[in-house]
Design a protein around this ligand. Structure first.
Ligand code: GTR
Length: 425
C-alpha cells in the first residue's frame, strides 16, 4: 500500500513537471525574462557599426550559425539540366494575363526530379516584377483556371479538399483561390509565380524522397546533423526557380519578391537570407522558426516544432528543445540577414500559436541593421493596432482573423512592394 501511494505521488509529480514544460504558453505575464542577442555585437563581443563590418564579419557569422545549427547546409551543388515551357497562353484570366507553365528538371546518379513553375504575367508590362511563393496543395488549387496542370507529386491526404491516396486530383482545382489575389497582382502590373512545395520535397519525415538523395554520398540515407532539413530544401528550390526567372525575358529578375505563408513563410525568410537575388521578402504568419522570437516561448516552441515536424530543421537544432535560453541568436537576426532589402512580416490576431507579438518584436530588433544602411524599419517597440500597417523598408501588420492569407494581406504587400521597389503601373 505504502509503495502504491509512493508510486502515485511520484507519477503526479512527473505529470506536473511535464505539463509545465510542454503546455503552450499564451500568457504574456509568463513569458520568461531574456536578453535579446544584439545583431550588431559579434559572437566575440565586438561592436559592429558600419555596413562593411556587418557585411564582412557579422552577417557571415550569423548566416553560418543559422546554416549549421538550424536550417542545415546544402551539401553541394546541383544545376538545372533543362527547363521546358510545357504550356503557355496569351489569353489567361479573361485576356488580362499571360500564363506559362515551366518544367524544371534535375538529373543525377540515375535520379530525376522535376518541378513546375506556374507563372501569370500582366500582358501590358514588358518585364514584370513578380511575387514568387510555394503553394501547399498544388498549382491547380490557386485558381479555377482549367489549364493548370495537376502535379503528380506526393500530397498529404485531406478529406475536405478531396485528396486521397496521397494523390492530387481535379476535385481540388481552385480550392485555394482565396489565398492568392491573382487579379489584384496583375492589375497592379505585377506577376505571380508559384510552385507546389512537395515537388521539391514531400512534407513528411522521410529523407528517401525529394531532392535530398541527390546529394547523398555512397551509403548515406539521410542528411548529416548539420545538413539540410525540408525547409532548406524548399528554400533551395526557390533559388532554382530564380535561376529560371533570370532567363525569362518577360520577367524583371531584379524585382522578384519571395513570399510564403506559415511553414512556407519560414521558407521564404530562409530563401531571402541565403539568396540575395530576391529583391524583397514576405513572411505571412510564419511563427516559430520563422519571424517569431524563440526565447519568448509563446505558443509553438522549439521543442514542439521539432517534435511535430522532425524533418523541417537540421538535427543540430534539437539541442535547443526546451532550451531556448541557450540559443546564441534569435529570429530577429534571421530577419536582419535580409537587410537592406525590403522585408514584410505579417501576423493575424487569432494566430496566437505563431506569437504575433514575437513576430512584431523581431522586426523591431532587426531594425538597427536596416538603420546602418539608412533604411527605416520598425522604429518603435509599441505594437501597431490591428489593421494598421506600418510600411517602411521593414514593414509589419497584424490583421483581424485567423492563420491564413487574405486579400487584405495581399493589398498591403502590393502597395508596399510598389513603394519599396519603385514599381509603376
Ligand atoms: C503548424 C506549425 C506551424 C506552421 C503551420 C503551417 O502546424 O506548427 O509552425 O508552420 O503548421 O505551416 O501551416
Amino acid at each position: 500500500m505504502k509503495q502504491l501511494t509512493f508510486f502515485f505521488i511520484f507519477y503526479f509529480l512527473v505529470q506536473i513537471c511535464f505539463a509545465q514544460k510542454f503546455v503552450p504558453n499564451y500568457d504574456e505575464s509568463k513569458v520568461p525574462d531574456f536578453e535579446v542577442p544584439d545583431p550588431l555585437v559579434s559572437f566575440k563581443q565586438k561592436e559592429i557599426n558600419s555596413k562593411k563590418d556587418w557585411e564582412k564579419k557579422r552577417r557571415p557569422e550569423l548566416l553560418d550559425w543559422f546554416t549549421q545549427n538550424m536550417f542545415g547546409e546544402v551539401p553541394g551543388d546541383l544545376r538545372i539540366v533543362s527547363y521546358e515551357i510545357i504550356e503557355e497562353s496569351d489569353d489567361a484570366l479573361n485576356g488580362k494575363a499571360k500564363r506559362k507553365q515551366v518544367e524544371i528538371s534535375f538529373k543525377k546518379k540515375g535520379l530525376t526530379l522535376d518541378f513546375t513553375i506556374l507563372i501569370y504575367l500582366p500582358k501590358d508590362v514588358q518585364k514584370a516584377p513578380l511575387f514568387i511563393g510555394y503553394n501547399f496543395y498544388g498549382n491547380h488549387t490557386i485558381s479555377d483556371d482549367v489549364n493548370i496542370v495537376i502535379s503528380d507529386a506526393w500530397a498529404s491526404n485531406n478529406a475536405s479538399l478531396g485528396i486521397q491516396y496521397n494523390q492530387l486530383n481535379e476535385k481540388s482545382r481552385g480550392v485555394r483561390t482565396n489565398r492568392w489575389a491573382i487579379e489584384k497582382i496583375i492589375d497592379a502590373g505585377m506577376g505571380l509565380a508559384t510552385v507546389y512545395y512537395s515537388e521539391l520535397d514531400p512534407d513528411k519525415n522521410d529523407f528517401s524522397d525529394g531532392i535530398h538523395p541527390f546529394f547523398y554520398k555512397n551509403g548515406q540515407e539521410m542528411p548529416a546533423v548539420n545538413e539540410w532539413g525540408s525547409i532548406a530544401a524548399w528554400a533551395w528550390g526557390l533559388s532554382r526557380a530564380m535561376d529560371y526567372l533570370e532567363k525569362d525575358d518577360d520577367v524583371d529578375a531584379s524585382k522578384v519578391i519571395v513570399f510564403g505563408h506559415s511553414r512556407l513563410g519560414k521558407t521564404s525568410l530562409w530563401a531571402g537570407a541565403t539568396d540575395e537575388r530576391f529583391a524583397a521578402v514576405i513572411s505571412n504568419n510564419s511563427g516559430c522558426g520563422g519571424a517569431a522570437l524563440s526565447k519568448r516561448k509563446f505558443g509553438e516552441t522549439v521543442w514542439r516544432i521539432n517534435s511535430s515536424f522532425p524533418h523541417w530543421f537540421c538535427k543540430r537544432f534539437y539541442r535547443f528543445n526546451n532550451k531556448e535560453e541557450n540559443l546564441p541568436v534569435d529570429q530577429h537576426q534571421l530577419l536582419a540577414l535580409i537587410a537592406p532589402r525590403p522585408l514584410y512580416v505579417a501576423s493575424a490576431e487569432e494566430d496566437q500559436w505563431a506569437d504575433p507579438k514575437g513576430e512584431f518584436l523581431s522586426t523591431f530588433y532587426a531594425t538597427p541593421v536596416y538603420n546602418l544602411y539608412g533604411k527605416k524599419g520598425i522604429e518603435t517597440i509599441e505594437m501597431p493596432e490591428v489593421n494598421q500597417p506600418v510600411q517602411n523598408t521593414v514593414a509589419y501588420h497584424i490583421r483581424t482573423g485567423k492563420h491564413d492569407v487574405t486579400d487584405y494581406d495581399w493589398e498591403q504587400y502590393i502597395k508596399w512592394a510598389k513603394q519599396e521597389l519603385k514599381i509603376e503601373e
